[in-house]
Design a protein around this ligand. Structure first.
Ligand SMILES: Nc1ncnc2c1ncn2[C@@H]1O[C@H](COP(=O)(O)OP(=O)(O)OP(=O)(O)O)[C@@H](O)[C@H]1O
Ligand SMILES: [Mg+2]
Length: 269
């Protein structure tokens, strides 16, 4: 079977996870014909706007509905629940010319959602097998990272901005991933909005904690403008400094070519 690459983008709140995810998506669809599933795993759901798409229904909406049916007793048996959820989630998949998109959203109500969350995780696992690439924009929490079954090649991209809190959050996420036995084949760091000259300082500090620096995204005025206007980030042109930087990161991650991906796999194998 061909390798499937699943890239999750995580980090402290506001460091640039959604920006990175949107620009990685842009790189893949501009430069390749690879099949791509993009998942917004953050309940706040900022990624659809960054990608210029509308989401009629999130997975969370569907799960909430399912939970109500369970509570009302109108659904019996494990198989029925899984079938209903799976069928409906496939319906909530937004298909564009260049990529497919799924928004996790949030489940409403009180109590433990472990059961529904577990189903959701399984469904993403199943779904991502249909794509060469899956890109996930995570929330600052890690709820959808945990309890993954053995999937494809998992790569974790930790985004940090120039703050101690962002650095510490990245280390914490790496440690947590280990604790809950999520087997990332590779964990890399991307520095966002680092002023010129601070790159080496970041690289050195990351080395001390055993994390590799994979790239730097500069602060980008054009990006800020586009974002302020609420226009899709995906429409930024290739002369934007942030776009250029993320294109390089996409290549290094193996998102743009099978060859680089295999090299990455060889290194990590
Ligand atoms: N390189 C950059 N240049 C200019 N502005 C940026 C850059 N990176 C991020 N921003 C801006 O910073 C803000 C936060 O970025 P973003 O939404 O990508 O962060 P996030 O980590 O996804 O946040 P959250 O934790 O809230 O989901 C946005 O307004 C975004 O436009
Ligand atoms: Mg975000």
């Amino acid at each position: 079977m061909r390798e499937r690459l699943v890239v999750s983008v995580a980090g402290k709140g506001g460091v640039g996870k959604t920006t990175t995810s949107a620009l990685l998506t842009r790189a893949v669809i501009e430069m390749t014909k690879r099949s791509l599933l993009v998942v917004d795993a953050d309940p706040v759901m900022n990624l659809p706007r960054a990608l210029g798409i509308e989401i009629p229904l999130s997975v969370g909406d569907i799960a909430t509905r399912l939970r109500k049916s369970i509570d009302e007793g109108s659904l019996d048996g494990e198989i029925a629940k899984q079938d209903v959820l799976e069928g409906e989630i496939f319906e909530s998949l937004v298909e564009t010319d260049k990529f497919d998109f799924l928004a996790m959203g949030r489940t409403e109500g009180e109590g433990c959602y472990c059961y529904v969350n577990r189903l959701l995780t399984q469904i993403i696992d199943t779904l991502s097998k249909n794509y060469e690439l899956t890109l996930m924009d995570m929330s600052a929490g890690l709820e959808h990272l945990s309890r993954r079954t053995n999937r494809n090649v998992d790569v974790l991209v930790l985004v940090v901005d120039p703050s101690r809190a962002a650095f510490e959050a990245a280390v914490r996420i790496r440690d947590l991933a280990k604790e809950v036995h999520i087997d990332f084949k590779k964990i890399v760091v991307v520095g966002n909005r680092f002023p010129p000259g601070m790159e080496e300082e970041l690289r050195g500090r990351l080395e001390e904690v055993g994390l590799p620096l994979f790239g730097i995204i500069p602060n980008d005025e054009e990006l800020a403008k586009v974002n302020y206007l609420g226009s899709p980030l995906i429409e930024l042109t290739s002369d934007s400094p942030a776009v250029k930087a993320v294109d390089e990161i996409a290549e290094k991650l193996g998102l743009l070519s099978e060859a680089t991906m295999l090299k990455l796999l060889g290194k990590i194998g």
